[in-house]
Ligand binder design. Sequence first.
Ligand code: IPE
Ligand code: IPE
Ligand code: MG
Length: 254
Amino acid sequence: MFPNSTRDIPATRDVPRHVAIIMDGNGRWARGRFLPRVAGHRKGVEAVRGIVRACIERGVEYLTLFAFSSENWRRPADEISILMDLFLRALEQEVTKLHENGIRFKIVGDMTRFDVRIRDLIAAGQTLTAGNTRLTLTVAANYGGRWDIAEAARRYFAIHPDAARDDAGFRPEALEPFLSMAYAPEPDLFIRTGGERRVSNFLLWQLAYSELYFTDELWPDFDGAALDAAFAWYRQRERRFGRTSEQVQAAGNA
Ligand code: IPE
Ligand code: IPE
Ligand code: MG
């Protein structure tokens, strides 16, 4: 199991081990160019390629990208169908390349609402890349942080039906193995592009002690230099995890 930031304190590093990103601003990027929103989503897929490469070069071990939230089903039907089409094509075209680059590919979210072709490609991609160790790339699709926690509780109580009656027995840590990202440490750095300062039901549990970085840059413009700026900001943070600054300094930040 990985350290839990409310129980253990992770080691401090210059480069975040786990980066989680809300890729926002595709629509506004397109609107600014008098293009249809789909052009922004296409450019957004290109930005993903660049950031995956940049993360590998910088030694990031886990990259988690929010691609479609459980609330995004509220969008117009034509935009949803374009997004599903882009998702399908990206899966068809990119998974082999991810594998060639030693990337482990994971999806988190409720897959039941996706077309069977998408579900099959996801299953095949996850199996193909399961043994890779260079970077774990997780795409959150039809994901919601509240869904994740509720689902973990549901699965926990299915296995431990008596735990609800056990006053002392149920602790937050009990849910962790059942959360969708149990295979990864908690994000060190959260990035949201596109100017909004909200979490939009992304990794609610896992962001408990992440450093939160917000930038006005729109996702299609977010490149290696923009990532470096986020990392430079991250290096200036003092991660106290509840301690005082004096304690952190005495412990050599560890
Ligand atoms: C993020 O860009 C991509 C998805 C949510 C799929 P948006 O589509 O939200 O872009 P804006 O916020 O309208 O600019
Ligand atoms: C959040 O973006 C979800 C993704 C980037 C996939 P939105 O643009 O949908 O977020 P809200 O609804 O404006 O908060
Ligand atoms: Mg948006």
